[in-house]
Design a protein around this ligand. Structure first.
Ligand SMILES: *Cc1c(COP(=O)(O)O)cnc(C)c1O
Length: 404
C-alpha cells in the first residue's frame, strides 16, 4: 500500500493516486458545498474573547501561520506523498523550499554532501550562503550509490539528492544513498520536482525531506512561483519550526492556483510523459543527434534505476547534438515556432534552451560530446512539435553549411 504509486501504468494503484489528485485536501461541505475552497486573504484572525486570545483557542491564529486555503494545498500534497508524510510546508518558490529544507537540518560546523548535478541555484545557495554559516559543502558524483558511504564524515548531517539531475538527467540510486546516509545518522533531502509524487514517492524510498518546485507541474500553467517541502515524522518538527520562525508564507492567490493545477496533474503528466517519449525516440533516430539524456529511454545509463523506482517520466529531457558550431545550435533554436526559448518548465507549453554544465561541475567533468539543448515537451499535438523540430534541423543544416 505504501509503495502503490511506484507501480506501472494501468495498475489499480495508479487509479488510486489519480483519484487522490482530484479529492485530496478537498472538503466542499465545510464551505457551503462549493467544489473548491475559498481564497482567504488574511492577516488578523479575530478571537471571540480575551481569554480565548490568550489561550490561542482558535483553529487559525494568524494569516502568516496558515489559512484554510494554505491548509487545503498542504493536506493535498501530504496525501499525494503517502502515509510516510507527516507534514508539508509551502514556500514562495522552489528555491526557497530548497533553502528552507536545508536550513531546517544543518547547523554551524556541519558537513553537507550535495549531488554534482543539482539545480544550479541550489549550488549557489550552498556555496554563497551555507558556507557563510560555517557549513562545509562537498559535491559528489550523482551516480554514486551505496559507495557514498565513503564520503560521509563524522559531521555529515545532510545528503542532498536530485533525480534525474537538472539539465543533465543522471539518475540516482535513492534507496541506496538513503540507507548509507541513515547508517551514519545523516538526513536525506531530495529535489523531486521532475517526477512529482505521482511518479516517485521519495519518502517511501527513504528520503526524509522532499522538495518540489510547485512552480513547475503542480501549477502547470507558467503563472505561479511556489515551492513545497514534505517531511517525515523525524524531520517535520524541525521543518515547521524553521518555516514558522522565519516568517515564510505564500500569498493566497498563488496557493489557490497551485491547488487548482494539482487537480489536473495526473492527466497533464500522462500527456507530457507520452509526448516527451515520442519526441525523444524520434530525436534519437536523427542523424544530427549524438544521444538523448532521458532516463525513460533504454539507451540511457540511468534507465534501470528509473524503471525500478519511478512510475513515469515528465516532459523534460536533454539532447546532445553531434559537434556543430554554436551558431548552428542557435539557428536550430531560433527556427522553432512552438518551442519557446525560456527558463522554467512544467507549464502547458513547449520550451527549448541551450545549456552548458561546465561551470556547474566540481566532482566530475561535464563532457557530453557535443552542444546540448534542454527540451520541455508541452501539451501541443506531438505531430506539430515534431514538424517544428524538423524546421529547426533544416535551419541547423543551413547554418552549419554556411561559411561565417
Ligand atoms: C525550477 C526548479 C527549482 C526552483 O523552482 P523556483 O520556483 O523557480 O524557485 C528547483 N528545482 C528544480 C529541479 C527546478 O527545475
Amino acid at each position: 500500500m505504501s509503495r502503490d504509486n511506484r507501480k506501472k501504468d494501468g495498475d489499480e494503484a495508479d487509479t488510486r493516486q489519480d483519484t487522490r489528485v482530484v479529492n485530496a485536501g478537498r472538503d466542499p461541505f465545510s464551505y457551503y458545498g462549493f467544489v473548491n475552497p475559498p481564497v482567504y486573504h488574511a492577516s488578523t484572525v479575530l478571537y471571540p474573547s480575551a481569554e480565548d486570545f490568550n489561550a490561542r483557542r482558535a483553529p487559525y491564529s494568524y494569516g502568516r501561520r496558515g489559512t484554510p486555503t494554505t491548509e487545503a494545498l498542504e493536506v493535498a500534497l501530504q496525501e499525494l506523498e503517502g502515509p510516510s508524510c507527516a507534514g508539508v510546508s509551502l514556500l514562495p518558490s522552489g528555491l526557497a523550499a530548497i533553502s528552507a529544507a536545508l536550513l531546517s537540518v544543518v547547523k554551524a560546523g556541519d558537513h553537507v554532501l550535495v549531488s554534482d548535478s543539482v539545480y544550479g541555484p541550489t549550488r549557489m545557495f550552498c556555496d554563497r550562503i551555507l558556507s557563510r554559516f560555517n557549513v562545509t559543502v562537498s559535491y559528489y558524483d550523482p551516480q554514486l550509490g551505496a559507495s557514498i558511504a565513503g564520503l560521509m564524515r563524522e559531521n555529515t548531517s545532510a545528503v542532498f539528492t536530485e533525480a534525474p539531475g537538472s539539465l543533465s538527467f543522471e539518475m540516482q540510486d535513492i534507496p541506496a544513498i538513503a540507507a548509507a546516509a541513515h547508517a551514519k545518522g545523516a538526513v536525506v533531502l531530495m529535489d523531486n520536482t521532475w517526477a512529482t509524487p505521482l511518479y516517485f514517492r521519495a519518502l517511501d524510498a527513504g528520503v526524509d525531506l522532499v522538495i518540489h518546485a510547485g512552480t513547475k507541474y503542480f501549477s502547470g500553467h507558467a503563472d505561479v512561483s511556489i515551492g513545497s517541502v514534505a517531511a517525515n515524522k523525524d524531520t517535520v518538527a524541525g521543518l515547521k519550526n524553521f518555516v514558522g520562525t522565519n516568517g515564510l508564507c505564500v500569498g493566497p492567490d498563488d496557493v489557490y492556483l497551485a491547488l487548482r493545477g494539482v487537480r489536473t496533474l495526473a492527466v497533464r503528466l500522462d500527456r507530457h510523459y507520452r509526448s516527451g517519449l515520442t519526441v525523444a525516440r524520434w530525436l534519437e533516430q536523427r542523424p544530427e543527434i549524438l544521444r538523448l539524456l532521458h532516463p525513460a529511454l533504454p539507451s540511457d545509463p540511468g534507465h534501470d534505476i528509473w524503471k525500478r523506482d519511478f512510475a513515469g517520466a515528465c516532459g523534460l529531457f536533454s539532447v546532445v547534438f553531434k559537434p556543430v558550431p554554436q551558431r548552428a545550435v542557435y539557428a536550430f533554436l531560433d527556427a522553432l515556432e512552438l518551442f519557446g526559448i525560456g527558463a522554467s518548465w512544467g507549464g502547458f507549453e513547449s520550451l527549448a534552451i541551450p545549456f552548458d554544465c561546465t561551470n556547474l561541475r566540481t566532482a566530475t567533468p561535464w563532457e557530453p560530446g557535443g552542444p546540448t539543448v534542454r527540451l520541455h515537451v508541452g501539451l501541443e499535438a506531438v505531430e506539430d512539435l515534431i514538424a517544428d523540430l524538423e524546421r529547426g534541423f533544416a535551419a541547423l543544416a543551413d547554418a552549419a553549411g554556411s561559411a561565417d
